[in-house]
Design a protein around this ligand. Structure first.
Ligand code: ATP
Ligand code: MG
Length: 365
């Protein structure tokens, strides 16, 4: 364990990382390969903040507070089961970091409304989640809020899946704009120079995982908690088997007929989850020829690989089930959030100073 583990977040010299998940369901394989693998690696070298974006869960399901509460706990259990270590990393609850909500307001004024609405990730979500024209005012606002989630921690990088890159780009624009408008940073300054030239915020970069967009079991959309096409990290071996066996292989063929692995989403999983690359290449070559290789065979190999990945995760998760597990998770969130608030309050104070808003020191008690 690093000696700087328990250093205050404001003085810890390690570069910082911020990322998180929305509690709209449990975590799935897409999260694992898109972001969690990178988080696990960075725990060793960076000061990590992992945020549960529970405020943002309300943007699409304001009438389901009990589900959001339960999913908040489930997501933290998934993180810990994957190997996130709450001693080394801060698990942060968004609704208990007031600086995030305050920064969201300030940032909303730095982004043209049309710029937010043109964000391609929001457009895709409106479409894929069937939000039509009935989404709340708060829904697009979450993209602005995410800029605040990130910048409150002044991180160097943000491990995310591909769909988040457009959001991170907006966050980078906000950081530059804030630094230019309120800190006098030259508009021609390079991104890496912003802090040394007096900017409050760094211009952080997205770090996309090895698989930036894992396809869902529907073979069409990205795997997503909200779309009913996910294999969850907490699924049982039987559930994994059932979901993969039900996948449409993109074509209808007999085992002796040539097939096209490139249009078969099961092969995408084979490439991601079967470690032996030459074995996967061989499977693909046989599939192209026909060679008696049925879709059931390919699926069986994928099921085995996915279950091998999930087995240790399931075991660790089992120790957190039940009310005792919930209590432990709440303690973890409380501790991480307290440490996160030290840094977020420091950031907010710097931002307010730059904006001429530091009339007197803040005291809320
Ligand atoms: P929702 O359906 O509620 O939007 P989600 O499944 O998209 O949920 P998020 O909480 O929005 O999950 O995303 C958390 C993180 O996981 C983000 O960094 C996102 O880019 C990444 N991620 C989500 N789905 C995938 C995927 N299918 N492949 C790779 N990364 C993913
Ligand atoms: Mg999402």
């Amino acid at each position: 364990m690093s000696t700087t583990t328990n250093a205050p977040a404001t003085t810890d010299p390690r570069p910082r990382v911020l990322t998180g998940d929305t509690p709209t369901g449990r975590l799935h394989l897409g999260h694992y390969v898109g972001s969690i693998q990178n988080r696990l690696a960075m725990q060793e070298t960076h000061r990590c903040f992992f945020l549960i974006a529970n405020m943002h869960a309300f943007t699409t399901r304001p009438e389901q507070p009990a589900d959001i509460r339960q999913d908040t706990l489930e997501i933290v259990k998934d993180w810990i089961a994957c190997g996130i270590d709450p001693e080394r990393s801060c698990v942060v609850l968004q609704t208990e970091v007031p600086a995030i909500a305050e920064l969201t307001w300030f940032f909303a004024m730095l982004l043209p409304f049309n710029r937010v609405m043109r964000n391609p990730t929001l457009k895709t979500e409106i479409d894929s989640k069937g939000l039509g024209d009935q989404y709340s005012f708060g829904f697009p606002m979450y993209a602005v809020g995410q800029c605040a989630d990130i910048l409150a921690f002044r991180p160097e990088s943000i491990p995310v899946g591909e769909d988040q890159v457009a959001h991170i780009e907006m966050c980078r624009e906000v950081a530059r704009k804030f630094n230019q408008v309120y800190c006098g940073v030259d508009p021609h300054a390079e991104d890496h120079e912003h802090e040394e030239r007096g900017g409050v915020f760094p211009v952080p970069s997205a770090m996309v995982g090895k698989t930036g967009r894992l396809i869902g079991t529907d073979g069409k959309q990205k795997m997503s908690k909200s779309l009913g096409n996910a294999i969850f990290l907490s699924d049982t071996p039987k559930q994994v088997k059932k979901k993969i066996n039900a996948m449409y292989p993109g074509q209808s063929r007999d085992p002796d007929e040539p097939g096209d692995p490139d249009i078969n989403p099961v092969f995408e999983y084979a490439e991601v989850f079967i470690e032996d690359e030459s074995f996967v290449e061989d499977l693909k070559a046989r599939y192209r020829k026909g060679d008696g290789l049925g879709d059931g065979h390919v699926k069986a190999h994928v099921i085995e690989a996915v279950n091998a990945l999930l087995e240790p995760i399931r075991e660790r998760r089992a120790s957190l089930e039940g009310p005792d597990g919930d209590e432990r998770v709440i303690e973890i969130i409380k501790d991480g959030t307290a440490r996160a608030n030290e840094l977020a309050e420091d950031t907010l104070a710097r931002a307010k100073r730059a904006m001429g808003l530091s009339f007197f020191p803040r005291s809320l008690s």
